[in-house]
Design a protein around this ligand. Sequence first.
Ligand code: DP6
Length: 331
Amino acid sequence: MQIRRATACAFSNLAFCKYWGNIDDALRLPASSSISMNLAGLTTTTSVEFLPELTHDEVFIGGQRVEGEAAARVSRHLAHVRGMATSSLYAHVSSENNFPMGAGIASSASAFAALSLAATSAIGLHLSERELSVLARLGSGSASRSIPGGFVEWHAAPRHEDSYAESFAPPEHWALVDLIAIVSRTHKTTGSTEGHTIAATSPLQTARLESAPARLAACKKAILDHDFPTFSEVVELDSTVMHAVMMTGTPPLFYWQPATLAVMESVRHWRAEGFNVCYTIDAGANVHCLCLASDADTIAAKLSDIEGVSEVLRATPGGPAWLTEQPVTNT
Ligand code: DP6
């Protein structure tokens, strides 16, 4: 193998029909298919270099050496890559996000998508988009959706090689804007990896999974038809059903804070006034408000006025993960 280094970038993504719960936690095989949009502007860039002199993987994020579970998770992912390439070399990994890490915005999707592309390229593997998506999924389920571009569906399947994400519309298909109302910067106590293992303990998860395919089909059709009213209805319902599962599991998970509810209520009010806007919430308190580009400045200003909203981030539909010549340095 030619020893080399590669750098890749990937966008984070936002699910409209959520991933919550696995049929196989180790392989991250999801209990339901999900739909998302890549978030242009929320980028992770990762450089990977495999070096013969290393005796273990070294991980740096934002210039800081990372140890413990975060480094072990990266190392477990690199072990998959080593296995695929029949290599025993350890790697130096440097990664950075262009969005504030402490803002409660998920970084595992963009992180494991960028890591998968950089590591396989550095080790000399040439994977298809589907194979890369399958690999990224092993690191973080939602990372499978950050490999292809635009509007994406991640297929639930019983077999490892069949559960991957693919694009069903390019980024320019629909000028949606995600306005992320930051209401909390504290790290969540229960992360999504643990949350997925709790999902099946909720008496509501069976009903959620039974009704998920209909929501997914309606959501996909609404996106393809540029049908914002139907899109709003499905996206808000899917988010609320997931949070109902979270709140009714053992142990129960409550992610919403008072300001989360204040934003939700305002969004419903603005929609009643005629704005094309709706919300969805992941495993945290911050609220993703989706609107049409034509309304984005107005909605962003209104969000900033809500008490408890400290900042509003903005993202538009983004393309696939890509390789770049600009390495990440540790300083
Ligand atoms: C609520 O992909 O972060 O954001 O596979 O353990 O890394 P891991 O979980 P993750 O779960 C995402 C959960 C969610 C919904 C979604 O993005 O679909």
